[in-house]
Design a protein around this ligand. Structure first.
Ligand code: PAN
Ligand code: ZN
Length: 203
């Protein structure tokens, strides 16, 4: 019998171990998040990307952000091992803001196993998902609550917050997919998203 109180650190650590122990069959689990209360912990890793971590992806340097070094986005993962057969799911919080006039965005990546797709489901706020293939095909899709963006295999993807509130979206993909950031750093995305003349401009 488990005497640990639900929600305690020990309980969460035990649960995490149970879910990821190598060689053991996973047990079904559920996890509750509450956007209204700002509780989005999915029990796995949390990654925080500050301006200093991602400033190289933007068109210009912003001296104000250099000084303040704000969080640009955070990712909360479920405690799933990166192996074939499993699905990783996560929630991204992408903060509102701009680097000079370019909207805050995620680094963007291809999956290492490029034949793996991903689904984004908008939960809060509004933005764009930029998608691009290695041969230069490009598309952008709006993401907002109740909207699903399907990112097929072979498409790099990056989210952009084009609103003045927090953009929150859920993502799910094959857990073994892996993230190739280097290609996107080398090639960039064909288009960027700016705020110009009071309008959102993709160019
Ligand atoms: C997403 C992203 C997340 C952060 O869950 O990992 O939004 O973006 P970057 O990984 O590009 O920094 C996803 O597409 N996972 O595969
Ligand atoms: Zn992805």
């Amino acid at each position: 019998m488990c005497l640990l109180s639900k929600g305690s650190r020990q309980y969460e650590r035990r649960k995490w171990r149970t879910l990821t122990d190598a060689g053991k069959m996973m047990r079904p689990f559920d996890v509750l998040f509450d956007l209204a209360e700002g509780k989005v912990n999915l029990l796995g890793n949390r990654t925080v990307r500050r301006y200093s971590d991602v400033k190289h992806i933007f068109h210009e340097i912003d001296p104000k952000l250099e000084r303040e070094n704000p969080i640009i986005y955070e990712v909360f993962e479920a405690p799933i091992a990166e192996k074939e057969g499993d699905l990783m799911f996560l929630i991204t919080l992408l903060y509102p803001g701009r680097v000079k006039n370019e909207f805050f965005m995620t680094k963007g990546h291809y999956h290492v196993f490029e034949n793996t797709a991903e689904v984004y489901l908008g939960l809060k706020g509004k933005g764009l998902v930029l998608c691009q293939t290695r041969n230069g095909d490009f598309e952008s899709h709006e993401i907002c609550p109740n909207k699903v963006v399907y990112i097929p295999p072979y498409w790099a993807h990056r989210a952009v917050n084009t609103s003045s509130e927090l953009l929150v979206f859920f993502g799910v993909y094959p857990a073994h997919a892996g993230h190739d950031y280097k290609s996107v750093e080398a090639e960039g995305f064909k288009k960027r998203v700016f705020f110009e003349n009071d309008k959102i401009c993709i160019r």
